[in-house]
Design a protein around this ligand. Structure first.
Ligand SMILES: [Zn+2]
Length: 175
């Protein structure tokens, strides 16, 4: 993929010093906005996120109704953007707790999926199959509702990445 000037529409000023950025090749010949004053380089990367698939003993999947954008009012897996001090697995555990009230641990990594994002252009989601280790199911601050639903009764799930992780889990035979 080639980076073009168009890739940086609206990226005009250095976030460190406020100087105007110039778009020029870096030492790998990749076009990026540079700050000539402080040396900061703007890297445009996908925003990383983690999503949790949680299955109960009845083989139902835990979904939440989203309280905030993106996808406000729609159903999705518990999920969130990865903070700078987190790894993808830590993010999954924290989002599970915040959105469902349940404590969890990772059973297995389900892979990754890249989605278009209206706000960030591209989000790369990491999916995890989670085990419930404690807590009490209740919608957290970021969720309007949280409930277990059978695979064949799921409402429309807001994000393609979450639909992909659910399909991946359906292929796991030992569940
Ligand atoms: Zn600067």
């Amino acid at each position: 993929m080639t980076l073009k000037k168009d890739s940086y529409k609206g990226i005009n000023y250095c976030i460190r010093c406020g100087n105007e950025l110039t778009i020029q090749n870096d030492n790998e010949e990749k076009l990026r906005p540079h700050c000539e004053k402080c040396g900061w380089i703007y890297y445009k990367n996908p925003i990383p996120a983690s999503a949790c698939v949680i299955i109960n003993e009845k083989k139902e999947v835990l979904i939440i109704k989203r309280k905030f954008e993106p996808g406000v009012g729609r159903w999705a897996l518990p999920s969130g953007y990865i903070e700078i001090n987190q790894n993808p697995d830590e993010c999954a555990i924290e989002e599970m707790k915040e959105e469902t009230g349940l404590n969890g641990e990772i059973i297995e990594f389900l892979g990754f999926y890249t989605d278009f994002s209206p706000l960030y252009e591209k989000v790369i989601s990491f999916g995890f199959l989670m085990k419930v280790t404690g807590g009490k199911l209740q919608a957290g601050d970021d969720a309007a509702e949280a409930r277990y639903v059978a695979f064949d009764s799921l409402p429309e799930i807001a994000f393609p990445s979450h639909r992909y992780f659910i399909e991946e889990v359906k292929k796991i035979k030992h569940l």
